[in-house]
Design a protein around this ligand. Structure first.
Ligand code: ADP
Ligand code: MG
Length: 281
């Protein structure tokens, strides 16, 4: 039997090796570096994006805002891996994005549901491809169906649902794929105002609960101020990032509050001065 007497000296490592602060911070979930995109159609080329740089930390809620044609969807599709950048790179946790991956789920304005599958089958679709045991699959589907408040409609088909309900299914479907980044392209653009407000609130609740990172494209200032930690302003010709504005309002945000209106008013004024100075130039 060993005898650990007082004169046995054990050497503990002293201080950790000196690492510069920046290197010890966790890697950003998405890091977009010098991304440009040129489309060629026949003999013509369109520069959709020029030298876009954007760093997104895990759990952030980012809104991309800008006029039609400034490259918002193109940038989102590059983040998803559906489209390749002409130059530059997008890293996810330091690894270059090589193609689509369920870790980055896309939600479109037109839902993209399978009409022949029920709500719970649509939600479990991605997991079904992984050949999970039936009981586990049902558990996952039920969990996310409940998260978006559709348990009562689990056996309905998309054709039997309202637009807001369809969008809930499409959000639940990407979350059920264990997605880390929710990429949303004007997801509430086709909904009436009341449904949109309700879905915004529900999305915020889901975001707070799941800690998913959200990149949300919109052209509505109010929506951007309601939802985001940062509003990234894009401009066209060619598409690029003009500004990155942090929204300091505390949560939950109240659309009727004086502070909310002030931020919204300033942002609207700011965006329209961008547009008019471009027109004047
Ligand atoms: N697949 C494509 N082929 C050719 N041009 C495209 C393609 N996708 C987008 N573009 C062009 O790139 C620019 C940006 O488009 P897009 O990203 O859809 O803008 P936004 O989503 O901000 O409205 C536009 O000029 C558009 O016509
Ligand atoms: Mg678009």
């Amino acid at each position: 039997m060993s005898n650990l007497s007082a004169n046995v000296s054990i050497e503990f490592p002293t201080a950790a090796p000196a690492t510069p602060y920046a290197e010890r911070r966790p890697l950003p979930v998405l890091d977009i570096k010098h991304v440009s995109k040129v489309f060629t159609v026949g003999h013509q080329t369109v520069q959709a994006l020029r030298d876009v740089n954007l760093t997104i930390q895990k759990g952030e809620f980012i809104c991309l805002i800008g006029a039609s044609g400034c490259g918002k969807s193109t940038l989102l599709r590059i983040m998803a891996g559906f489209e390749k950048a002409s130059s530059g790179i997008v890293n996810m946790y330091g690894m270059p994005i090589a193609g689509p991956d369920p870790q980055r789920g896309m939600v479109f304005q037109d839902y993209g549901l399978f009409p022949w599958l029920t709500v719970k089958e649509n939600i479990g679709f991605g997991q079904r491809q992984r050949n999970l045991p039936k009981a586990r699959l049902e558990e996952i589907s039920a969990y996310y169906t409940d998260m978006v408040g559709l348990t009562r409609f689990a056996d309905y088909y998309p054709g039997q649902l309202s637009g807001g309900m369809k969008q809930r299914v499409s959000i639940a479907r990407v979350l059920a794929n264990e997605c880390e980044v929710l990429l949303m392209d004007e997801p509430f653009g086709a909904l009436d105002a009341l449904t949109r407000e309700k879905l915004q609130q529900d999305l915020l609740e889901i975001w707070e609960r799941t800690k998913v990172t959200v990149v949300f494209v919109t052209h509505a200032v109010e929506e951007a101020v309601m939802l985001s930690d940062r509003v990234v302003v894009m401009t066209a010709g060619p598409g690029r990032i003009e500004e990155d504005i942090t929204i300091e309002l505390s949560r939950p945000r109240d659309i009727t509050a004086i502070e909310f209106n002030e931020v919204r008013r300033n942002m609207t004024r700011h965006l329209s001065s961008h547009v008019s100075s471009k027109v004047a130039a």
